[in-house]
Design a binder for this molecule. Structure first.
Ligand SMILES: Cc1cc2nc3c(=O)[nH]c(=O)nc-3n(C[C@H](O)[C@H](O)[C@H](O)COP(=O)(O)OP(=O)(O)OC[C@H]3O[C@@H](n4cnc5c(N)ncnc54)[C@H](O)[C@@H]3O)c2cc1C
Length: 425
């Protein structure tokens, strides 16, 4: 078996040139202090800086260090939870408004990429493939639900139609969307950082916040300085850890892993995914894959609730990939990496306020590439005085995860249950 060269992720190896941002040093004041330079924080920073606010972003590592620079690059529709859980809480009309916000997140993404000339290999088209023939009726129901939400551009593919598009016989049909797709996530994030800087925001890398004061005059402290601000946006997501104790139990970090093959060449790559869509299966523990601009197959999936990274990721992930594409048995895995997805109990993102001036949003549950943009924008909107749309999402209630010693074992058990369910369904 080819050995993984690991070290860098594919995204780091193909990252656009980006400036380093000096760490925070000493005490500064700002209108808004943003914690975390991923999609959420940068989206809020762009909006607020463009509106004339003095914005300081504190990033523990480097721009895109978290999930935003590591993810599968898949631009998804709606929420990871599906609509029904949102409807159950908010009713049909408000749940439709939430879906419209999720759609707006894609428009925002597209507009920012165009407006700021972000070179990030954007492609449209998404295939959701079913592993079991018995799931075909479910596809029809799903399409009906999307039609009912006014979401057009979906199409059901039979097994035969799918096999014309994908070089695998594993699946029994699919739902194809033209309104979802994929991109190079780190280059998208670096482009957002460039846009935030251009609008006047200041980013400090290597500036981990170790303590916050969420009172009426919020402040964030790093080892080398403090930012005092009128408002604060907390956007550390799964990487925030225990820095803000009130947020710790609201999400759970789940490890997800990705490999990228060596370049396959145009013909071999197109024999896997003819039209270059993003693909995911419909299991609870999802396999997701797509082609990169340089004709690699990028294959992600598995999940680790224990947060322990498997020792040889390439070897760990390869069997998943070859179960879908046995013809890739002999290809070399050039890159393997992982990251933490922040999940909430109900898989609906969680947002709210810790005080009237301190906002947070996190827990996109594996579907934040587009969504994080709108949550960042809505926090900015609320800070600017129009909180209606933010408050719609903030009304959604969430069960906390247990703290203490049963936190991890409980989730490991939950994952085993879902693996079994995927296998039996
Ligand atoms: C392997 C993987 C695959 C995924 N695939 C997809 C996908 O295909 N499609 C999709 O839609 N979503 C996907 N996701 C989820 C998606 O990447 C996230 O929802 C999204 O990036 C969240 O953005 P964010 O800005 O909220 O968080 P992050 O990108 O995690 O950013 C948080 C930032 O805050 C910083 N930070 C944390 N604590 C502190 C502190 N104390 N002080 C200062 N800074 C701090 C971190 O260093 C980090 O840079 C995936 C995630 C992973 C890990």
């Amino acid at each position: 078996m080819a050995k993984s060269t690991v070290a860098l992720s594919y995204y780091q190896a193909t990252a656009s040139p980006a400036p380093a941002h000096p760490p925070l040093s000493g005490d500064v004041t700002a209108d808004v202090c943003v914690i975390g330079a991923g999609y959420t924080g940068l989206s809020a920073a762009i909006e607020l800086a463009e509106a004339g606010y003095k914005v300081v972003v504190l990033e523990a590592e480097t721009v895109g260090f978290g999930a935003s620079g590591r993810n599968g690059g898949q631009i998804c529709t709606g929420f990871s939870s599906g609509q029904s859980k949102i409807e159950a809480q908010l009713g049909k009309d408000d749940a439709r408004r939430c879906f419209a916000l999720a759609e707006e997140s894609k428009v925002l993404l597209k507009d920012r990429i165009a407006r700021h000339a972000i070179d990030c290999d954007l492609n449209w088209g998404y295939i959701h493939a079913i592993p079991k023939a018995s799931q075909f009726d479910g596809l029809k129901e799903w399409k009906n639900e999307l039609d009912g939400l006014g979401y057009t551009g979906t199409q059901i593919l039979t097994k035969a139609e799918l096999e014309e598009r994908l070089g695998t016989r594993l699946y029994h049909g699919a739902l194809r969307e033209s309104g979802a797709g994929h991109l190079h996530p780190l280059n998208y994030c670096l482009g957002l950082a460039r846009a935030a800087i251009a609008a006047g925001a200041v980013i400090h890398e290597k500036s981990r916040v170790i303590d916050i004061d969420s009172g009426a005059h919020p402040s964030a402290r790093t080892a080398a300085g403090t930012v005092r601000a009128r408002f604060m946006v907390i956007a550390g997501n799964a990487y925030l850890g225990r820095t803000v104790p009130k947020l710790y139990g609201k999400i759970m970090p789940v490890g997800s892993y990705i490999i990228a093959t060596e370049p396959l060449g145009e013909n071999r790559a197109r024999a896997l995914i003819r039209d270059g869509e993003a693909v995911a299966n419909t299991n609870f523990i999802v396999d997701y894959f797509r082609l990169t601009a340089d004709t690699r197959l990028l294959f992600g999936g598995r999940a680790s609730y224990s947060t322990l990274e498997p020792p040889n990721l390439g070897a760990y992930m390869r069997p998943r990939m070859t179960s879908v594409f046995p013809q890739l048995r002999d290809v070399k895995i050039d890159f393997a990496w992982g990251g933490y997805i922040a999940i909430t109990y109900n898989r609906i993102p969680d947002c709210g306020r810790l005080s009237p001036t301190v906002y947070y949003a996190h827990g996109y549950s594996g579907q934040g590439l587009a969504l994080a943009g709108i949550y960042g924008k809505l926090m900015a909107e609320a800070i600017r005085g129009t909180a209606e749309r933010f408050d719609l999402l903030a009304r959604i209630r969430h069960m906390p995860f247990p703290g203490g010693p049963i936190r991890t074992p409980m989730l490991v058990a939950a994952m085993l249950y879902y693996r079994l369910r995927d296998a039996l369904n």
